[in-house]
Ligand binder design. Structure first.
Ligand code: C5P
Length: 224
């Protein structure tokens, strides 16, 4: 039987990974965080002291990288060439440069191929920006998750606080950074962030995680 593919796309900090993780766990599907893959590539670029603006150098490095996932105690762990980078890929330096690195053709080709491979033989819940449009256009369920930028910034701020992350950015700065990343992701030439024609938009502004999960599950039940 053809594996089931659930695609969850949307702008930064819309709650995609939180929702995708819960749904994957409940359904017993594999969760694939494609943003983590672009973040790991960006971390590798920075570690190699390559200028993220240098497309040629970035394009030479990224195909050589091995990015893998493994279940951790309370979250999925991300590995770059065998090294655990789960925390490092969330750093501000990575966030600042990821949209530039993710816009390059070679980077997108490499990541898209890996993502398709991961979805080939097992049921997946995959979240990102271009899953419904480019990576898995045949996905049986496509959800486009949105929320007001104000609420997305507030959620991220609270999440960082709860995780004990030393926040150097104010809430207003966080909001600006989110807007900038959305702008870059939506305006790039290749696979920009946009709702697939056959995706269902879910606005999570003012909703709790449980409410969003319930809505997403109702949608999945309708489609599968
Ligand atoms: O989802 P997350 O915020 O971790 O994604 C980090 C960045 O990776 C995005 O801002 C975007 O530039 C890039 N990305 C992408 N395509 C995806 C997933 C993420 O270009 N499918």
């Amino acid at each position: 039987m053809k594996p089931i593919q659930i695609a969850i796309d949307g702008p930064a900090s819309a709650g995609k990974s939180t929702i995708a993780k819960i749904i994957a766990q409940d359904l017993g599907y594999v969760y694939v965080d494609t943003g983590a893959m672009y973040r790991a590539a960006t971390l590798a670029v920075l570690k190699a002291q390559i200028d993220p603006q240098d497309e040629q150098a970035v394009s030479q490095l990224v195909p050589k990288l091995v990015v893998t996932f493994a279940p951790g105690e309370d979250q999925q762990e991300v590995f770059l060439d065998g090294q655990n980078v789960t925390a490092a890929i969330r750093s501000q330096a990575v966030v600042e440069h990821v949209s530039v690195v993710a816009a390059y053709q070679t980077v997108r080709q490499v990541m898209t191929a890996k993502q398709r491979e991961l979805a080939q033989s097992t049921n997946v819940v995959m979240d990102g920006r271009d899953i419904g449009t480019t990576v898995l256009p045949q996905a049986q369920v496509k959800i486009f998750l949105v929320a007001s930028v104000k609420e997305r910034a507030e959620r991220r701020y609270k999440e960082n606080q709860a995780k004990g992350i030393n926040q150097t950015e104010t809430l207003a700065e966080l909001e600006t950074a989110i807007k900038e990343r959305d702008y870059l992701d939506s305006h790039r030439a290749l696979s920009p962030l946009k709702q697939a024609q056959d995706a269902v938009k879910l606005d999570t502004t003012g909703l709790t995680i449980d409410q969003v999960v319930a809505k997403a599950k109702a949608l999945i039940a309708e489609k599968l």
